[in-house]
Design a protein around this ligand. Structure first.
Ligand code: NAP
Length: 457
């Protein structure tokens, strides 16, 4: 695995290096978190509500600092980085305002007696997170588990160690007790040992199929609960009655937000024949109008990818696709920069034998498919190993809802692209993983539903 390092993908400058955590640092962290779990078992969760409000306030107050380190480490546009901080503020507020209600005991109707189940903490959780949303991925796990009473250990991606450290520092600064969120820099072997440790009760991973399969295998071997939020190849279905303005607005955001590095960005644009040319030209105009530059500059609209490795990987995928018959409808002009920029590209004529047909392309690549009718659109949407998100663009909402129910996916947005908010469940099916984060469903991921029943005599 790569070293924990901060490398600016715009300048290629390495601006910080981090050593792996030692085994004794890891042991101490688990001990601290586990002691906090036991302390919290005897406390009311109300005590944590005020602290979570304070965390929201602290993140908001440090928006610029957080946004800047994220942009410098993984290249996202500064405006998007600030938006990410504000989304995290909303998520913290959501659980501070609603978390306690969700933890109320649930009554069960039973002829056998008076039955209910408690929703109790289970213990220390390890969160294993990717670089594409350095703050949001952490807060998505931390905020609900903080109210539940599960302390969180963090293993962030190797290329965002500074963002991870700042997040942990701010959470502590806001008043969270020592052990609530501990940032570590473990190797993969050390991560395996953390998951196997009897003081750790679960693992939440967001990342690729490769990382997910390895961590899920280890969790399974040790009988630890896990949630897997993995990759996607989301269909974006354009129906004949799509509103012109909605289509234009959504297409313009679909493939370039976060430089296209979003698990739920619309990777496969599937359009009925009557709207095919319009879709291609809208996408072309969205891509052609992008402005490259320093992602710290608010005027920049096309960011570099997160690393040179990511650029190389995506370049090879696109080359293989073209060699196998995909046609290039448009590609952004050459970019005069040593940064990890990938020239946005629109590909058509991708048949089922093309190697990228069932691959996730993590960057500004739009694969556009033309279909005869809705049935073909749904069949193509479902012809994928993945099932994370999806979009339907249509003026007939009731009909779009009927079609949404036919897609094998975890999420469908009608007349929009991907979305995330504290109250909305996030997650997928098939190779996109299992379990949900956020919303009440996500809050229950590491809860012990503890049945209590007094039997009728
Ligand atoms: P990744 O390589 O799987 O990394 C994710 C995390 O897992 C990192 O902390 C990584 O550590 C760790 N990891 C990777 N391989 C591991 C292994 N064999 N053993 C232990 N830990 C391991 O994912 P990525 O490529 O950086 O992230 C992009 C992927 O995440 C895309 O596929 C994207 O779709 C997906 N994603 C999904 C969601 C969702 O909610 N479903 C959200 C965002 C992103 P190192 O960095 O140290 O290798």
């Amino acid at each position: 695995m790569a070293k924990y390092q901060s490398i600016n993908p715009y300048t290629n400058e390495t601006f910080a290096n981090y050593s792996y955590s030692t085994n004794s640092q890891i042991d101490e962290a688990i001990n601290l978190a586990n002691a906090l779990y036991h302390k919290w078992q005897h406390e009311q969760p109300q005590n944590r509500v005020e602290i979570l409000h304070q965390i929201a306030k602290t993140l908001h107050e440090h928006e610029s600092e957080l946004a800047e380190i994220m942009t410098r480490e993984m290249g996202k546009l500064i405006g998007e980085a600030k938006g990410e901080v504000e989304l995290c503020v909303q998520i913290c507020e959501y659980y501070a305002n609603n978390g306690l209600k969700m933890l109320k005991p649930q009554k069960i109707d039973s002829a056998l007696g008076n039955a209910y189940y408690l929703k109790q903490a289970t213990g220390v959780i390890i969160a294993c997170e990717p670089w594409n949303f350095p703050l949001y991925q952490v807060i998505r796990v931390f905020a609900p588990n903080f109210i539940v009473g599960n302390p969180v250990l963090l293993k962030h991606a190797h290329n965002v160690p500074g963002s991870a450290a700042l997040t942990a520092k701010l959470i502590k600064q806001a008043g969270a007790p020592e052990g609530s969120l501990i940032n570590l820099y473990p190797s993969y072997d050390q991560l395996d040992d953390i998951i196997a440790d009897p003081r750790v009760q679960g693992v939440a991973l967001t990342g690729s199929e490769r990382g997910g399969a390895s961590v899920a295998e280890n969790a399974g071997k040790n009988l630890k609960k896990s949630t897997m939020e993995l990759g996607g190849n989301d269909p974006f279905i354009v129906l004949a009655d799509a509103d012109k303005q909605v289509l234009q607005t959504t297409l313009h955001a679909a493939r370039t937000y976060n430089a296209g590095q979003v698990c739920t960005s619309s990777k496969r644009i599937i359009t009925v024949k009557s709207r095919y040319e319009e879709v291609l030209h809208e996408l072309k105009s969205a891509f052609a109008n992008l402005k490259t530059g320093d992602p710290l500059d608010p005027e920049t609209t096309l960011a570099p990818l997160n690393s040179q490795d990511a650029k190389e990987k995506l370049t090879k995928q696109v080359e293989r696709a073209i060699a196998a018959g995909a046609k290039v409808f448009y590609q952004y002009p050459e970019i005069d920069s040593d940064g990890a920029f990938f020239r946005p590209i629109i590909l058509t004529d991708i048949d089922q034998n093309n190697p990228i047909f069932d691959e996730e392309l993590f960057g500004p690549v739009a694969m556009v498919y033309q279909v005869e009718d809705e049935d073909e659109a749904i069949a193509l949407a479902n012809n994928s190993s993945y099932g994370l998100g999806s979009s339907i663009i249509s003026s007939d909402i009731a009909h779009a809802q009927e079609l949404a129910a036919q897609i094998e996916t975890g999420m469908t947005v009608i007349n929009g692209t991907w979305i995330s908010s504290g109250e909305l469940p996030f997650g997928g099916v098939k190779k996109s993983g299992y379990g949900r984060e956020l919303s009440e469903l996500g809050m229950m991921a590491f809860v012990n539903e503890h049945l209590v029943i007094d039997l009728k005599q």
